[in-house]
Ligand binder design. Structure first.
Ligand SMILES: Nc1ncnc2c1ncn2[C@@H]1O[C@H](COP(=O)(O)OP(=O)(O)OP(=O)(O)O)[C@@H](O)[C@H]1O
Ligand SMILES: [Mg+2]
Length: 451
């Protein structure tokens, strides 16, 4: 194993050599006798931990140079753990150094055993902080407005959103259920000049047809039985914000005409009203239906389709997002573990395989829900594929004897591993944790052809 780097800043050569002897076995010790050489080593080696004698030349009896060095180091990288070495009776200096960000202090003469304990801990803490920082950086690079995605297809989506959010052009978002259509609509709104104005959602599929018209356009008092008071519709409430028409494919034909007129003329009329009300809303629509099919069947108006789809955004299903599934899975795991104060850290290898193999018909929403549930149910430190409910016992196994069931399961696992690895026996053997000859024997036993 590689020894971690430790920088010792000490102007007393004898003491320096002594420390090196005591610590060289556990650490890759780098030494410096003054501020300048200390900083040049620090920049070059980026050690996790530094021990620092406060009294450095040109004033070995003062502490100013030591404090300056401390500040230089922490400025360069504040995850570094600096352990101050100071003369006995200089408690005040030691405490001041702590106040300025040092990790711990030791009086001379140094008790090596004690120092070793503190060093070990300091390395652990620093290591964790640096790993955390890398993860944070990676996360902010992979995240766009609450959406995670590193695959090319999602990066393309993000760049379209960036380009079009500040226009008024209508947008049509298409994608299977759970692919993040609403997140995209909200991102567009947040990045637009309308961000402080309302974002109004209306789900065209969730409201009964007879109520939908007045929900969208509002009504005047007495417009129909039960219309006791005048009511503004959702479109009017949007004012100069963003109107999100979710499940636009469910919109009845009669209302499609009215929405089309609104898009063309930017005015609405309440049900039972005469007045034309100006509305300057930006419209974003979403659908998980194939609107082209719907148009062929006469269920969706072509003119409305082209009005809405000035800009198309097509969200890829999760199974087509190379590399994103695991990224999302880890992210949801961390989020729900935090939320539920559970100490689950990561997935078993088997669970990762299962996550990667599965087709995710419910896309990101399904992944999120499964992981949320798994975190709550998990008993171990890692999420297993059983926690993710991937291993419900096949009913046919229950009718078999133990040996028969074991063989059937074994055969199934081998076939799956081979399929996963494009029939490559060497890779499949690694996957299954058996040697290649063993796998060949098993394939023969179960009558699985080689090739
Ligand atoms: N890229 C992503 N990164 C992180 N979370 C996501 C991503 N895409 C979707 N989600 C999450 O998945 C869930 C579903 O997203 P959303 O509601 O936007 O999907 P949808 O396409 O509108 O689904 P539906 O068609 O079922 O209405 C939400 O909880 C959302 O936060
Ligand atoms: Mg939705």
């Amino acid at each position: 194993m590689k020894r971690p780097k430790l920088l010792i800043i000490e102007d007393d050569e004898e003491l320096r050599t002594q420390m090196k002897w005591a610590l060289a076995q556990d650490y890759n010790v780098i030494m410096a006798g003054d501020r300048e050489s200390a900083m040049s080593s620090f920049r070059k080696e980026a050690p996790l931990v530094v021990t620092l004698d406060l009294g450095l030349p040109p004033q070995p009896t003062g502490v100013e140079e030591g404090f300056n060095t401390l500040a230089d180091i922490l400025n360069k990288d504040n995850t570094t753990k600096v352990i101050i070495i100071t003369g006995r009776g200089e408690k005040e200096n030691a405490l001041q150094a702590i106040a300025q960000g040092a990790y711990d202090f030791f009086y001379k003469p140094i008790q090596v055993d004690e120092l070793k304990v503190v060093l070990r801990r300091a390395f652990q803490v620093s290591q964790l902080e640096r790993e955390h920082r890398v993860l944070q950086q990676r996360l902010s690079r992979d995240t766009f407005e609450e959406m995670l995605g590193i695959c090319g297809k999602m990066q393309d989506v993000f760049s379209v959103i960036r380009k079009i959010s500040n226009t008024d052009a209508p947008v049509l978002i298409m994608g299977e259920s759970g692919t993040g259509k609403e997140l995209v609509a909200r991102a567009i709104h947040r990045l637009s000049a309308r961000q402080d104005k309302p974002f109004i959602v209306i789900n065209c599929g969730a409201i009964p047809e007879n109520l939908l018209e007045s929900e969208l356009f509002g009504h005047e008092k007495g417009a129909f039985t039960g219309a006791h008071i005048q009511r503004k519709g959702r479109i009017e409430m949007t004012e100069s914000g963003t109107l999100f028409l979710d499940e636009i494919g469910e919109l009845p034909l009669s209302l499609q005409v009215k929405i089309l007129r609104f898009l063309q003329e930017k005015v609405v009329e309440r049900v039972g009203g005469r007045e034309q009300i100006d509305v300057d809303a930006r419209v974003i629509a979403a659908t998980n239906r194939d609107l082209k099919e719907a148009m062929k069947d006469g269920r969706f108006r072509e003119d409305l389709y082209f009005r809405l789809g000035v800009i198309f955004i097509s969200l890829p299903p999760l199974r087509e997002r190379e590399g994103d599934v695991i990224l999302l899975a880890r992210n949801f795991l961390e989020r729900y573990a935090d939320e539920n104060r559970k100490k689950v850290k990561g997935f078993t290898n088997q669970a990762i395989n299962a996550i990667e193999q599965y087709a995710w018909p419910g896309n990101v929403r399904e992944l999120e829900n499964r992981i949320k549930r798994a975190v709550i149910m998990a008993e171990g430190r890692k999420i297993t594929s059983a926690d993710l409910e991937f291993e419900a016992l096949q009913p046919e196994y229950e009718r078999m004897g133990l040996k028969e069931a074991r063989d059937a399961l074994e055969k199934e696992m081998i076939l799956k591993a081979l399929a996963r690895n494009e029939e490559n026996v060497t890779k499949a053997a690694i996957d299954l944790g058996v040697s290649r000859p063993t796998l060949y024997d098993l394939m023969e036993k179960f009558g699985i052809p080689k090739e």
